[in-house]
Design a binder for this molecule. Structure first.
Ligand SMILES: NC(=O)c1ccc[n+]([C@@H]2O[C@H](COP(=O)([O-])OP(=O)(O)OC[C@H]3O[C@@H](n4cnc5c(N)ncnc54)[C@H](O)[C@@H]3O)[C@@H](O)[C@H]2O)c1
Length: 321
């Protein structure tokens, strides 16, 4: 079914990737768009464009791990497809591991269960490269062992296994998308900020940039609008049903290189940098093998580009000034 004929539910739709996905889905003119977000990290301002373009957008402040409430929402809005992006973030799992795991696993199993009961058709779930842990080999394909380091990563891995079990046992229609590190506007710049907002904030406040460890740890940085564009393409392609797919560029960038590029964009090449202890659970190498994505969809996200990085840095400069 094309998205234009569907009622869509996006969990975590007021968050970073979720709000970009909502904007991208709206371009397809769906019959209905509903967001469930409890605003743990979500932000109303992330929805400004969506509200402007779809005044009938429904934003429900609910806990996506509440099975009864979610079943009610799915039935009431006659939802066809759920894009499941709600998550309690990694840093919270270092402080409140049990609650983080319980919530995150609860959200995924809730939607698996509602799909099993036949109340909606298709589940597109966002996993994370964190489920793989530090690369035993690179690039990491979808068969890379799940070597989760943090409780967050363990929960993400468990969610993938739960989905797989519901696909195999009950035949639900589900796809698991596994993004790597995303960057772009709207990543929460406050508590639990991502690496780019933290660097920008340090430069603006004149404080030294803190790099954990030697800074040679690499990540596969993917622009958020590429991730959501491919998420829609994966949804649309029947060949992706039941699949697990890395969504990333296949090119690694070290934290040191990222810092240097941001400093250059900000015209602050000599800004002081200090190296501190490695963070607990920080993975060393993350680089995606995207051959499955390319063979199914025929394309992959662009490599960390100057234009996308500049747009991102400038967005945080405006946000944090
Ligand atoms: N950001 C990245 O680099 C990245 C990388 C790989 C995978 N992912 C995955 O992408 C998805 C979205 O991540 P994000 O970076 O946009 O995170 P985010 O924190 O910006 O968004 C998550 C949203 O979920 C909401 N939320 C949390 N608990 C909830 C609950 N119980 N009920 C309803 N809403 C709840 C938050 O308020 C927030 O708006 C997650 O599944 C994450 O694991 C993100």
């Amino acid at each position: 079914m094309p998205i234009s004929t569907q009622s869509i539910l996006v969990t975590g739709g007021a968050g970073f990737i979720g709000s970009h996905l909502v904007d991208r889905l709206i371009l397809e003119n769906p019959k209905k768009v509903v967001i469930v977000d409890n605003f743990f990290l979500g932000n109303e301002r992330n929805l400004d464009d969506a509200r402007r373009n779809r005044p009938d957008l429904d934003v429900l402040r609910l806990d996506a791990s509440n099975l009864a409430a979610m079943q009610d929402v799915v039935a009431r809005f006659e939802i066809d497809t759920v894009f499941d992006l709600a998550v309690v973030p990694l840093p919270t799992s270092l402080l409140y591991p049990h609650w983080t795991m319980q919530t995150n696993i609860g959200i995924t199993s809730t939607f698996c269960e509602i799909a099993r009961r036949g109340l909606f058709g298709r589940l597109v779930h966002m996993s994370s490269s964190e489920a793989y842990g530090s690369g035993r080999y690179v690039p990491m394909d979808e068969d890379h062992p799940h070597d989760a380091i943090t409780p967050y990563a363990a929960a993400k891995s468990a969610e993938d296994h739960i989905i797989r079990s519901y696909v195999r046992t009950f035949g639900i229609d589900a796809t698991v998308i596994r993004p790597f590190n995303n960057y772009g506007p709207r990543q929460n710049p406050g508590s639990y900020a991502g690496i780019i907002p933290i660097i920008v904030q340090r430069v603006l406040s004149g404080e030294p940039i803190e790099v954990h460890g030697d800074g040679d740890q690499t990540r596969d940085f993917t622009f958020v609008r590429d991730t959501v564009d491919l998420t829609v393409a994966i949804h649309d392609d029947p060949a992706c049903r039941g699949a697990e797919l890395n969504v990333a560029t296949g090119v690694g960038t070290s934290v040191n290189e990222l810092v240097a590029r941001i400093l250059s964009i900000m015209n602050a090449p000599n800004h002081p940098i200090i190296h501190t202890e490695e963070r607990p659970g920080d993975v060393r190498r993350h680089l995606a093998d995207v051959s499955r994505l390319v063979s199914l969809i025929g394309r992959q996200p662009a490599v960390l580009g100057e234009e996308a990085l500049t747009e991102t840095v400038e967005w945080y400069v405006r946000e944090l000034s």
